[in-house]
Design a binder for this molecule. Structure first.
Ligand code: GLY
Ligand code: MN
Ligand code: MN
Length: 440
């Protein structure tokens, strides 16, 4: 890793997060496994992606690994991971093995994954509570229940089993919600690569090209710059396809006069960017496209203005909805007053999703949106998307000139002490900037 991040003490960073978890638990043991490997077909697997909770606490990238965190007066962090295996490493590549993993990632102890079932009953003996991932996969649940049964089986020798089981994610969700300096730097990098990929895609777009050719430009820029993967399947949606919210076929040919909606972001060291731009295939907006686009851009500006420390989560959405409702009245796509359009939810026919979500290791990241029934307030270090849209499907009562216009404008926003920072600012979004880039 290069640049300012190279100065970061990686073992201390992750050990610090585990110490924080132990502090929040107060007593007991937490067990956090990484994700299972997934077969794609016969002997082929999907590229491995670690579990986000596990990774947040360990930084450890290999499959078949489990973190065990002991809290209390003598906290300790244990990693169970694959042993070194010269023969397997010929086929699958390097493994850290327990000894190197301990030093590199700052654990107190590391063991082979093969020892987990034997050691867990000892680690859980006389512990008051177990924090684990409840409701996960069945095989994992059975394993956890098996350890508890094994501790209970020793009851006559005076050992007690944990009396309470909690979902460890409730603690980790809060930890993940506020991003530290290392996370913010990583997310800036993911945002920067993603904005450059969108610029590249805009420059490559012209009538007659297929959506997948533009997708290839995005993927090329992501990988060329060292992003490990797209953070989610890119949406490259020309014309009416933009009105299908999760369109991922990306196989249509782009037509002059249509808009192209691209929702694509990369993942860097686990952290996602999530970025949408909408622009004309032939480089110039039609009057109606321009009007709807300016309305969505105004909705986004109104939403962004609400992102600051202390403001409630829903403020950006409410602000965006108000602008969209007024726009729909102006275009005569809704009737009545702004209040009526909002109250009755008539705007949802054209703007049916929310204005954003938390962003981080997961694209729709961890963290509650409400606390005790109230929208929670923004705090410095939180990262969210701001992404209003307007999707006008052809149909009864829709004037031809508006039919099949689908627009979303999405940015990634870091809450700061003084307001916010738009991490994806470098992707053009005013009409003039877009048209200028496409002319160039
Ligand atoms: N790309 C997924 C989303 O915008 O939420
Ligand atoms: Mn999003
Ligand atoms: Mn998106």
């Amino acid at each position: 890793m290069s640049g300012p991040q190279s100065a970061i003490d990686i073992p201390a960073l992750y050990a610090g997060r585990r110490a924080r978890l132990a502090q929040l638990m107060q007593r007991g043991v937490a067990v956090v496994p990484t994700a299972p490997e997934q077969a794609r077909n016969r002997d082929s697997h999907y590229p491995f992606r670690y579990d986000s909770y596990f990774y947040h606490l360990t930084g450890f990238p290999e499959p078949e690994a489990v973190l065990v965190q002991v809290a209390g007066d003598h906290p300790k962090s244990l990693l169970f991971c694959r042993e070194r295996d010269p023969e397997r490493e010929v086929w699958d590549g390097f493994r850290f093995g327990p000894e190197q993993a301990r030093v590199r990632f700052g654990f107190d102890e590391c063991h082979s994954s093969a020892e987990l079932d034997a050691l867990m009953p000892q680690l859980l003996a006389d512990q008051p509570q177990l924090y684990c991932h409840l409701g996960g996969d069945d095989a994992w649940n059975r394993r956890v229940v098996g350890w508890i049964a094994a501790v209970r089986a020793q009851a006559r020798s005076g050992v007690t089993a944990p009396a309470a089981i909690h979902d460890v994610r409730a603690l980790l969700d809060e930890m993940r919600l506020v991003k530290d300096a290392h996370e913010q730097a990583t997310m800036r990098r993911a945002a920067q690569i993603s904005t450059d990929a969108h610029r590249r895609a805009m420059r490559a777009t012209k009538p007659g090209r297929a959506e997948y050719e533009i997708e290839a430009e995005l993927l090329h820029e992501f990988r060329r710059r060292g992003a490990q993967a797209p953070a989610y399947t890119p949406i490259v949606a020309g014309g009416a396809n933009a009105c299908v919210l999760h369109y991922v076929q990306n196989d249509a040919v782009l037509k002059a006069g249509d808009l192209l909606l691209i929702d694509a972001g990369c993942e860097v060291d686990g952290y996602a960017a999530d970025l949408t731009r909408t622009f004309p295939v032939s480089g110039k907006f039609s009057p109606e496209q321009r009007d709807v686009y300016q309305m969505v851009l105004a909705a986004q500006a109104a939403a962004l203005a609400m992102v600051r420390s202390g403001a409630p989560w829903n403020a950006p959405h409410d602000a965006a909805v108000r602008v969209v409702a007024q726009g729909l009245l102006d275009f005569r796509l809704c009737q009545g007053s702004v209040e009526q359009v909002i109250e009755a939810g008539d705007y949802k026919k054209f703007f049916m999703h929310r204005t954003g979500h938390w962003l981080g290791l997961d694209v729709h990241d961890a963290g509650d949106y409400k606390r005790d029934g109230q929208w929670r307030e923004f705090k410095p270090g939180m990262v969210l998307t701001v992404e209003p849209g307007c999707y006008i499907r052809a149909g009864a009562g829709i004037p031809e000139r508006f039919a099949n216009i689908g627009i979303r404008i999405e940015d990634d926003v870091l809450v700061t002490a003084s307001g916010h920072e738009v991490l994806t600012q470098a992707a053009p979004k005013t009409v003039d900037d877009i048209e200028a880039l496409m002319r160039g």
